[in-house]
Write a protein that binds this ligand. Structure first.
Ligand code: TYD
Length: 142
């Protein structure tokens, strides 16, 4: 689970009183949540993210509304539509992500493996590809 990106189904308990969604350490088996933050009120034309993390792992959960997350893991690109609070998106180390097309009511909950650390960010896509390629070369020699 440590790397890559994938949708994760969150255990949901639905009855006539409504829905209860659980996020526990079975959902984040390779990291303990050390930080949570919320993104909301994003105009539909704005893009959030546009960076990768060298070490941080995250799960993004659409608590309300919908938005898309485009990812680039150095090898391939993909796009996820997050629109169901029972389905989150795991983002491992070294995944470039861009969040866009937020609906007016969208609320994103982000659970993260560590505290905020600006030094963990790669904010430039070509630098991300350079660092990714350098990692692959290093791993080939290990
Ligand atoms: P930013 O990284 O631009 O958000 P996004 O990746 O969603 O586009 O963060 C916006 C501001 O919030 C910026 O000044 C840094 C600050 N910030 C914190 O202080 N703590 C945090 O945990 C995060 C994620 C951001």
């Amino acid at each position: 689970m440590a790397n890559g990106h994938r949708l994760v189904t969150l255990p949901s308990h639905v009855d006539e009183r409504g829905t209860l969604v659980v996020i526990d350490d079975t959902v984040t088996p390779d990291f303990e949540v050390r930080r949570a933050y919320v993104i909301r009120g994003v105009p539909g034309t704005e893009v959030r993210g546009a960076h990768a993390h060298r070490e941080l792992r995250q799960i993004v959960v659409p608590l309300a509304g919908s938005f898309t997350v485009s990812v680039d893991d150095g090898e391939q690109t993909a796009e996820y539509l997050l629109a169901d609070s029972g389905v989150g998106l795991f983002l491992g180390r070294m995944v470039w992500r861009e969040l866009r097309a937020f609906s007016e009511d969208a609320v994103a909950l982000v659970l993260a493996s560590d505290r905020y650390n600006p030094d963990d960010y790669i904010n430039d896509l070509s630098q991300f590809h350079d660092e990714y390629a350098a990692q692959i070369v290093t791993m080939a020699f290990l």
